[in-house]
Design a protein around this ligand. Structure first.
Ligand SMILES: [Fe+2]
Ligand SMILES: [Fe+2]
Length: 168
């Protein structure tokens, strides 16, 4: 269902719809991360993915709590945007000869995922302020901060690799 579906008439309904979208997204990420962890042989990158795997499970739980606070049953609605991003991530081969190229591709794919999450949570948090849903907004802000920290960590890992290469 698109954002401008006929079924969505109020801001509250739109809010719930985007929650269902990000709920689906987080659940798909939980499924996708183990494969990404398997593909890298870089210890730091693997540790970063594992840490975020644990955090992502908490993101799912926080959304369930947010649905509960809004008197709604947690429900996921398919999100073609994250499906495409994760499909690309899955297509990155674990058989690439050059490990640095593989890691660079994995980092790029993971950052695309984080940026998608950041845009969705950013929207929900600003709407939650407009709609007076402070408790929901506070919960989602915790998650947003973890998405941003993960994105930063991935940037620093990417830069570290480039610097190591430059200094040989
Ligand atoms: Fe997340
Ligand atoms: Fe994330």
């Amino acid at each position: 269902m698109g954002l401008f579906s006929k079924d969505i008439k109020t801001m509250d309904e739109l809010f719930i719809h985007v929650m269902q979208d990000i709920y689906y997204t987080e659940k798909q990420i939980v499924k996708a991360l183990p494969d990404m962890i398997d593909k890298t042989q870089n210890r730091e990158l693997s540790a970063a993915f594992k840490k975020h795997y644990d955090e992502t499970n908490i993101h799912v739980q926080r959304l369930e709590r947010a649905f509960e606070l809004m008197g709604e049953k947690p429900r996921a609605t398919a999100c073609p945007a994250i499906d495409g991003i994760l499909k690309e991530a899955n297509e990155i081969s674990g058989n690439v000869d050059d490990r640095d190229v593989l890691d660079a591709a994995l980092i790029a794919a993971a950052q695309a995922v984080e940026h998608y999450e950041i845009t969705r949570y950013g929207t929900l948090i600003s709407w939650s302020q407009e709609l007076g849903k402070d408790a929901v907004g506070n919960l989602l802000t915790k998650t947003l901060n973890e998405e941003k920290a993960t994105d930063k960590k991935l940037t620093s890992l990417a830069e570290k690799k480039i610097n190591m290469k430059a200094t040989g």
